[in-house]
Design a protein around this ligand. Structure first.
Ligand code: FAD
Length: 335
């Protein structure tokens, strides 16, 4: 098969905007395209990385293999009843475009996830979430191709093993499956999830999916750095979930700590607070930095390499571990 690009520049394909190249690169627009690629020598002879929008990935070196970018672009309604609409969406569809598609039809279930960058195909990988909503609550099926065997498998919701910023596709099946399509069951009645943060207070209109999405777009535009202006990947670290016992110890020493109850015995602590409290907000090492307003977001001020951003993140992990005895876990995929 022809059409593999060589030595392909990835600078515009990762939201950190770091310079890296891929030995081979190809995009696919259908499952048939993918099957054809999978029967090629280039596919057989190289390690494979699947790329969506590149908004949750840090390239620390050139990729010595074949990068495949999912461009399957379809949205179709496959089932409907009085209460729900089930939609099949191609992995290459832009996530925010799908949110707009959904709220324009007054469907509910993903409106709080408006303006999250990236593709629909990546949305199950880390179970994207924001403002009290997670994509696991609307996903019914994930369609995949196995990279080694070429076989198709459809995962139901349970088989995806969704967790906080995690799924089977980010753990045991990492880089083993290509997600081609995702099915979502959306609600015809508004879920009305507005208790998170200031949403309820700031929502001046009725809580329709469209009005919630519009408010969240406004809040995100005010709060989060735009990767077009300053390279970043959103939250670089996960919020650590620790035992209640450990939390009580930390809280004794640091009473201001920001936390959320997960279960009776598990507490989630705000990684951004830990970083800020350690005096690292706005910290800069060359062009790699911690954002001046959002301590959880690492940024590329211009010419940083992926290695420099990784080294900054390791320094932050060390500082936090020494001060609070908490090991931060990276949310971004390091390549
Ligand atoms: C400004 C900003 C804000 C953000 N805010 C949030 C937020 O609020 N909540 C949140 O959860 N995330 C957030 N993120 C992270 C990011 O948007 C999500 O993780 C998103 O789902 C990544 O999509 P992508 O297509 O860019 O994935 P990529 O970065 O291209 O890939 C991410 C991972 O998924 C794998 N992958 C991608 N597509 C496929 C596929 N089709 N099949 C198999 N594997 C695949 C890749 O190999 C990689 O390991 C934010 C990022 C930015 C830059």
């Amino acid at each position: 098969m022809n059409g593999f690009k060589n030595n392909y520049c990835l600078k515009n394909l990762n939201s950190f905007g770091v310079n890296a190249k891929s030995k081979f690169f190809k995009s696919f627009s259908s499952e048939n395209d993918l099957v054809e690629i999978m029967s090629s020598k280039t596919f057989e002879e190289n390690k494979i990385l699947i790329l969506g929008g590149g908004s949750n990935i840090l390239f620390t070196k050139n990729f010595d293999g074949l990068i495949l970018q999912n461009k399957i672009n379809l949205i179709s309604i496959i089932d409907e009843d009085d209460l729900t609409t089930t939609v099949e969406v191609g992995g290459g569809v832009n996530w925010h475009d799908f949110v707009l598609w959904s709220v324009n039809r007054n469907l509910s279930g993903i409106e709080n996830l408006a303006l999250i960058p990236g593709s629909v195909g990546a949305s199950p990988v880390q179970n994207i979430g924001a403002y009290g909503m997670e994509v696991k609550d609307t996903i019914t099926k994930v369609h995949t191709f196995d990279i080694a065997q070429g076989t198709k498998k459809i995962f139901n919701n349970k088989q995806c093993k969704f967790n906080y910023r995690d799924s089977i596709f980010k753990s045991e099946l990492k880089n083993k499956k290509v997600i081609t399509k995702v099915e979502f069951k959306l609600s015809k009645t508004a879920l009305n999830i507005i208790s998170y943060g200031n949403i309820e207070k700031e929502l001046k209109k009725d809580p329709s999916p469209m009005n919630i999405a519009e408010l969240i777009i406004k809040i995100r535009q005010q709060k989060l750095p735009d990767p077009i202006k300053i390279g970043n990947s959103g939250s670089f670290f996960k919020n650590p979930v620790i035992s209640l016992l450990k939390f009580k110890k930390i809280k004794k020493k640091f009473p201001e700590i920001i936390s959320y109850k997960v279960t009776e015995n598990k507490i989630k602590i705000a990684a951004g607070w830990l970083i800020e409290d350690s005096g690292l907000k706005g910290h800069r090492e060359g062009d790699a930095g911690v954002h001046k307003n959002q301590a959880l977001v690492l940024v590329n001020h211009g010419k940083s390499t992926g290695k420099e951003i990784l080294s900054l993140s390791n320094m932050i992990k060390d500082v936090i571990f020494k001060k609070y005895d908490v090991m931060l876990e990276t949310e971004v995929n390091i390549i």
